[in-house]
Design a protein around this ligand. Structure first.
Ligand SMILES: [Mg+2]
Length: 213
């Protein structure tokens, strides 16, 4: 049988809220700034990368404030743990691809509990004077070209499944063999005629996959 490889976005996909938007709203420039940036992105006047730099740069707080707030107020999808355990049992590779930051992801997906999950994300350097500084993986508009990892997997002959919800997931959705999408990514797939499963929770994705693999 063809080897499966599952790739998933993190913010808004594995978590119910986007951790960057959440932190910029509560610890940084506030809701108005975040909304203004959101409009610029939608209008195509600001890249996701520049938006992320602006949002993170508006935070001048110690990292521990973010840790406390994220742990208190952001939840992961209720079905994700069971999904991750099933993947592990079946020895299916799972890679989390994020245009966000691994320091936030580590709070929700513990490396000790889930050593089989590969996490590829950008890095944040909290700076209370200059504002938090972003270290991106590459030079693309998203600061992390997710599609490249899917291309490599396909070149290795793997059957690639991608799970996502937003803007930085579009190019990956275009080249995946199969897509699970929600929110704006589902709309994008509909508009572009990209075949996708529209989903709400990882429990649905798990059921789908268990019936076939
Ligand atoms: Mg997302």
């Amino acid at each position: 049988m063809t080897k499966l490889h599952i790739f998933s976005d993190f913010d808004g996909t594995i978590t119910e809220k986007d951790t960057l938007v959440f932190l910029a709203t509560h610890l940084g420039g506030g809701a108005e700034m975040v909304e203004a940036i959101g409009r610029l992105i939608v209008e195509g006047r600001m890249s996701l990368r520049d938006a992320t730099i602006a949002e993170m740069g508006s935070i001048r707080r110690p990292f521990s404030d973010a840790v406390n707030l994220l742990r208190e107020r952001v939840r992961i999808d209720a079905g994700f743990i069971q999904f991750a355990r099933w993947i592990e049992g079946r020895k299916i590779p799972l890679t989390v691809l994020s245009a966000g930051f691994h320091q936030f992801i580590d709070l929700f997906i513990s490396r000790d509990e889930f050593p089989h999950i590969e996490i590829l994300a950008n890095s944040i350097r909290p700076d209370e004077e200059l504002g938090w500084q972003c270290e991106f993986r590459d030079e693309t508009h998203w600061g992390h070209d997710k599609a490249r990892h899917l291309e490599e997997a396909r070149r290795r002959g793997e059957y690639v499944i991608f799970i996502g919800d937003g803007l930085s997931d579009r190019a990956a959705a275009e080249i995946a063999d199969e897509v699970f999408a929600k929110h704006s990514l589902a709309e994008y797939c509909r508009e572009r005629g990209i075949n996708c499963h529209e989903y709400q929770t990882f429990t649905e994705i798990l059921k789908q996959l268990q019936s076939r693999f």
